[in-house]
Design a protein around this ligand. Structure first.
Ligand code: NAD
Length: 422
């Protein structure tokens, strides 16, 4: 089991490097820069003690990985998960590097993780662990160095504890620019909770414009009904599209006439799953992915579209809200079949873009209303999509490779200007 898990993590890192190499070849990137950009700058692995409520002490592993800070300070979430390790955190840091660059943000990639099972810990244990981890990474983070954020099983609560702990290491200085995804009262931004889906929705609007198709009346299938999936479902529904199938880890539901996402959310909040929703029939995961539709939105897990099912996908457009839902083999198969994909590093970059807005607002201590956040997000997503689509046409490559090329070219140009590899 542990061996299988390890292979899975290494695959993620290999996939990130595979697309980097493909894009670097297309860009004729010089050898010195390849070496600089292919690997992160710093990998910190720490172990630290956490006192449990029963008085015993457990040693916990924590990580923070930072890419070279070519475009600006590092940016990336912190995840709490029993399976996380340094390779996974490295792969996610590298993905963040390209995501920030493709979105046009003044950040480099970073990521953090703590190997733990928060579901089996009390709130006080999680707080003690979070504060200790924050103290361990404090020497290498900061508003102009590396700015963490929430990721799997961390949220506003943990961000507030990290802010408080690091402030104590700086004579009590209030440092809202240290971290994003904070509670509003501590300098969080409006619009952060919906940002990933909203950004994906804006990118979809751009794709439809290029495909000369109207969103109104189009058919949508969504895998996953968590933060990203639920918000995407209601944005699509509000725009007049018909969401015909949705699933979660417990199962899926289908109704060819459309599912009301608001009623479904209400139901899921009570029932704990979309399964059993009365206005629909059950559907399996593979069946759902292979439904005839205009837009397929993977918003759950990695490695969902593979060489096994890529030839059976009937969507016209795939919008990757999840990280890494398509394998490199499936990517090629889908491209050959003329299915357009808005790749993860572009489609889900709305989240980090609004994190950037949060950081900017924190620096000014002046906060925007929700309308302004959404307007600017639309502008950033539209510009990012346009850059990638233009590269795709110019280099005659699919949108994924184009996104990597835009990102790597941006970082490489900045590195040359700085003489970073001299
Ligand atoms: P979440 O935990 O809120 O939701 C995940 C959803 O996927 C849940 O509904 C869960 O039941 C479902 N799921 C799990 N296993 C499944 C399976 N086998 N089949 C079908 N559904 C399954 O997470 P989220 O924040 O919505 O993130 C979803 C994806 O989007 C992840 O890949 C994440 O990395 C990516 N992402 C999220 C954000 C963000 O801001 N939320 C930003 C960037 C990327």
């Amino acid at each position: 089991m542990a061996e299988l898990q390890r292979r899975g993590e290494l695959k993620m890192l290999q996939t990130a490097r595979y697309f980097f190499d493909q894009a670097a070849n297309k860009l004729n990137l010089e050898e010195g820069l390849r070496e600089l950009l292919r690997y992160p700058k710093r990998k910190l692995a720490v172990t630290f003690p956490v006192q449990l409520d029963n008085g015993s002490v457990k040693h916990v592993e924590g990580f923070r990985v930072q890419c070279h800070s070519v475009l600006g300070p590092g940016k990336g979430g912190i995840r709490y998960h029993p399976d996380t390790n340094i390779e996974e955190v490295e792969a996610l840091a590298v993905l963040m590097n390209w995501k920030c660059a493709v979105a046009g943000l003044p950040f480099s990639g970073a990521k953090g993780g703590v190997r733990c099972n928060p579901k089996e810990m009390s709130e006080r244990e999680i707080e003690r662990m979070t504060r200790r981890y924050a103290a361990e990474i404090a020497p290498i983070i900061g508003p102009d160095v590396d700015i963490p954020a929430p990721d799997v099983y961390t949220g506003e609560r943990e961000m507030a504890w990290i802010l408080d702990t690091v402030s104590m290491h700086h004579q009590g200085e209030f440092m809202p620019g240290l971290i994003t995804g904070k509670p509003l009262l501590l300098g969080g931004s409006l619009g952060r909770d919906t940002a990933t889906a909203r950004g994906g929705f804006f990118a979809t609007l751009q794709a439809f414009e290029r495909m000369k198709t109207k969103l109104e009346g189009s058919i949508v299938v969504i895998q996953g009904f968590g933060n990203a999936g639920w918000h995407m479902a209601h944005f699509m529904h509000d725009a007049g599209a018909r969401v015909i199938a949705v699933n979660d880890s417990k199962g899926g539901i289908f109704n060819s006439h459309g599912i009301d996402p608001y009623k479904l959310k209400e139901y899921k909040d009570k029932a704990g799953s979309v399964v059993g929703f009365k206005d629909a029939e059950p559907i399996g995961n593979e069946e759902l992915l292979q439904l005839k539709c205009d837009i397929l939105v993977p918003a759950a897990l990695e490695d969902q579209l593979t060489e096994k099912n890529a030839s059976k996908i009937k969507a016209k457009l795939i919008v990757e809200l999840a990280n890494g839902p398509t394998t490199q083999e499936a990517d090629q198969l889908l491209y050959k079949r003329g299915i357009m994909t808005i790749p993860d590093i572009l489609a889900n970059s709305g989240g980090v873009t609004v994190s950037y807005f949060e950081w900017v607002q924190d620096r000014y201590r002046y906060f925007w209303d929700a309308k302004k956040v959404d307007k600017r997000l639309k502008q950033f997503m539209t510009e990012a999509f346009t850059r990638v689509a233009a590269m795709s046409e110019k280099a005659k490559v699919n949108m994924r490779l184009a996104a990597y090329m835009v990102a790597i070219d941006r970082v490489a140009t900045a590195a040359r200007l700085r003489g970073l590899y001299a």
